[in-house]
Design a protein around this ligand. Structure first.
Ligand code: SF4
Length: 377
């Protein structure tokens, strides 16, 4: 495709001993020509010495791709807290870190290894997925890879999207969500997806996307990509997360929402989430050291029940009302508009109901997926 490939930043490839003969590893190396390649002993990715080493360690780590095995579980429930409504999402852990660089990225405070990592033992991943889906046939699974990395940022090199999409195409009790800020569609056009894959993009106000999301695709490119995916029959989702208070926020979010509904057919959108900025306390020092000209961490925040800083409730409600009002004017009635990790009070104030009145948030999202995901008539 024409747009910038985030994987272009990679300069070095390290391959864990024992993985170098895997066909997937060979094809990744072939798709990233001109990089230095070396074999490293098992479990020898460098640790970050301290948060102070982050500016250098994190910047350098994004240029360094480690191809290694995942020795733990691939599938885990999305980390959530009891105090806020969680959507019951399952995270498929395909790698760690991301070649793009958002000022607010939680991974800066979360990872203890600065390298970009991709797990190459995909046969274990698919075996675990098959077993989980077969053991729980009555559970409806919403599974996504975009929690500890961006789902599509390395896809031109790895081709993982194709393997996942074709795995999910005949699963009646699951949908796959691939969430990104990049525009890497290379492997999507030939995939037989059968409507079971939701292509999702995170969206923000244009000034936030321009200033605070480095090396990501601009709004126009994300929306063009979404329109192209809709034309290929994929279902879509959008995440306004993190919503950030900044001068001109009302106009900024209005512009993005206007452009979104002009660009893509509303009936293809399965869900849209809203989540105001929230962050673990150490993130502020790390991010402001790496991005000293960024201002939004200097607002007032309150520590939430999940030990994350958030905006005061009155500001969250004001921002949510604004965005939700604009979205609800145009969205399809079967699309699920929801909050990521918010309290019943916020749901009541903005939507006039709490998720439990509709069977819970997981049930609401399952209903939207069942209504929208499947072969087109
Ligand atoms: S795209 Fe996502 S994972 Fe990558 S830096 Fe931005 S917030 Fe982090």
């Amino acid at each position: 495709m024409l747009h910038h490939d985030p994987a272009a930043i990679i300069q070095h490839i390290s391959i864990e001993e024992g993985c170098q003969e895997l066909p997937l590893v060979r094809s990744i190396v072939a798709r990233l020509p001109g990089r230095t390649v070396r074999i490293v002993p098992e479990r020898k990715a460098p640790a970050l010495a301290s948060p102070q080493s982050l500016p250098l360690g994190f910047n350098a780590g994004k240029k360094h791709l480690l191809l290694c095995r995942n020795r733990g579980r691939f599938l885990k429930p999305c980390p959530a807290t009891r105090e806020y409504h969680c959507c019951g999402y399952q995270v498929l852990n395909v790698g760690m870190n991301c070649p793009m660089d958002c000022v607010y990225c939680i991974l800066q405070a979360y990872l203890n290894n600065p390298w970009l990592s991709f797990f190459v033992n995909t046969e274990d991943l698919f075996a675990e997925l098959s077993a989980a889906l077969a053991e729980n046939p009555t559970t409806f699974w919403r599974i996504g890879t975009g929690e500890f990395t961006d789902s599509m940022a390395l896809d031109r090199a790895t081709g993982l999207s194709r393997m996942l999409i074709e795995f999910f195409r005949d699963k009646q009790n699951a949908v796959l969500e691939l969430k990104s800020k990049a525009v890497v569609l290379d492997h999507l056009q030939e995939c037989d997806h059968q409507g079971r894959t939701i292509m999702a993009w995170s969206l923000n106000s244009p000034p936030i996307m321009a200033r605070e999301e480095l090396r990501t695709a601009p709004l126009s490119a994300r929306l063009e990509a979404a329109a192209r995916c809709a034309a290929l029959g994929y279902r879509l989702a959008f995440h306004f997360d993190p919503i950030i208070y900044h001068p001109g926020w009302e106009e900024g979010y209005r512009e993005t929402i206007d452009r979104l509904f002009k660009a893509v057919p509303a009936e293809r959108i399965v869900w849209i989430s809203l989540g105001a900025l929230r962050f673990l306390p150490p993130l502020k020092a790390i991010a402001t050291a790496r991005f000293p000209s960024s201002r939004f961490f200097h607002e007032e925040f309150v520590l939430g029940l999940d030990n994350k800083f958030r905006y005061f409730r009155s500001l969250r409600t004001e921002m949510y009302r604004h965005l939700a009002g604009l979205i609800m004017e145009r969205m399809d009635p079967a699309t699920c508009l929801y909050f990521c990790m918010e309290s019943s009070e916020i749901w009541q104030e903005v939507f006039g109901f709490a998720p439990e009145e509709r069977g819970g948030l997981a049930r609401m999202l399952e209903k939207a997926a069942r209504a929208k995901c499947g072969p087109l008539p």
